[in-house]
Design a protein around this ligand. Structure first.
Ligand SMILES: Nc1ncnc2c1ncn2[C@@H]1O[C@H](COP(=O)(O)OP(=O)(O)O)[C@@H](O)[C@H]1O
Ligand SMILES: Cc1cn([C@H]2C[C@H](O)[C@@H](COP(=O)(O)OP(=O)(O)O)O2)c(=O)[nH]c1=O
Length: 208
């Protein structure tokens, strides 16, 4: 860990409820007057947000998987150095919607690039920064798809548009990560109610 802050990430397939839960934890910290930073990947800085638009653009169908991996890592490198580490050094609690685990699940497993390659690239990108705690929301691809279509009837981005097989592979990747990092990752069943999930997160957060 860097500095005195705590680095907390939220992970899981699209539609699992990460954004909902991270906002609840942020509201809880605000109420307790604890300094926190709410951020997300890809994004979080001006440069990282520009990279996000490049990656998720629905028209960029010709994007090579190697390009995709490096763009996520480039976005992360900027985010870690410009925003996350300075906040941790000031003792701020950093809540981040997705981090390296997402690259392992989506690109390592989903795009079949392999975990080792993703780890090498991301180790360079992050300088070895690892979350203190990660909340992994698990959900079936079928349920996730229903939620995404219901969510404001928005158009699905380039990743969300990929088929159900890709998303099954991503979910499998996240569950494999959990098996290897039980000390860092708390697995939560995303099919439960928002309140039930948050009470588990709150209880865990208070204990770390
Ligand atoms: N536990 C839950 N049960 C039912 N619907 C949920 C739950 N959590 C989130 N949702 C809804 O599902 C959709 C996706 O949730 P969101 O938090 O945006 O997921 P993510 O950030 O993981 O993609 C939203 O419309 C949200 O209101
Ligand atoms: C951070 C990251 C995200 N992604 C993907 C997952 C999402 O489909 C997309 C955008 O993430 P996100 O903004 O979390 O989308 P959502 O709120 O719908 O869950 O980027 C990767 O494939 N690799 C990564 O390293």
């Amino acid at each position: 860990m860097q500095g005195n802050g705590r680095f907390i990430t939220f992970e899981g397939p699209d539609g699992a409820g990460k954004t909902t839960q991270i906002k609840k934890l942020a509201a809880y910290l605000k109420e307790k007057e604890k300094p926190f930073l709410l951020t997300r990947e890809p994004g979080g800085t001006r440069i990282s947000d520009a990279i996000r638009s490049l990656i998720l653009h629905p028209g960029h169908t010709e994007m090579m998987k190697e390009t995709e991996v490096l763009l996520y890592a480039a976005s992360r490198a900027q985010h870690v150095r410009e925003k996350i580490i300075p906040a941790l050094e000031k003792g701020v609690i950093v809540l981040c919607d997705r981090f390296v685990d997402a690259s392992i699940a989506y690109q390592g497993y989903g795009l079949e690039i392999g975990v080792q390659k993703i780890l090498e690239i991301n180790d360079f990108a992050t300088g070895g920064l690892t979350p203190d705690r990660s909340y992994l929301l698990d959900i079936s691809p079928e349920q996730a798809q229903k939620r995404l279509i219901a969510r404001s009837g928005e158009t699905l981005d380039r990743i969300e548009q990929k088929g159900i097989e890709y998303h099954k592979q991503v979910r499998y990747g996240f569950l494999e990560l959990y098996k290897q990092h039980r000390d860092r990752i708390l697995l939560l069943d995303g099919h439960q109610s928002e309140e039930a999930i948050f009470s588990l997160i709150k209880k865990d957060f208070e204990s770390i």
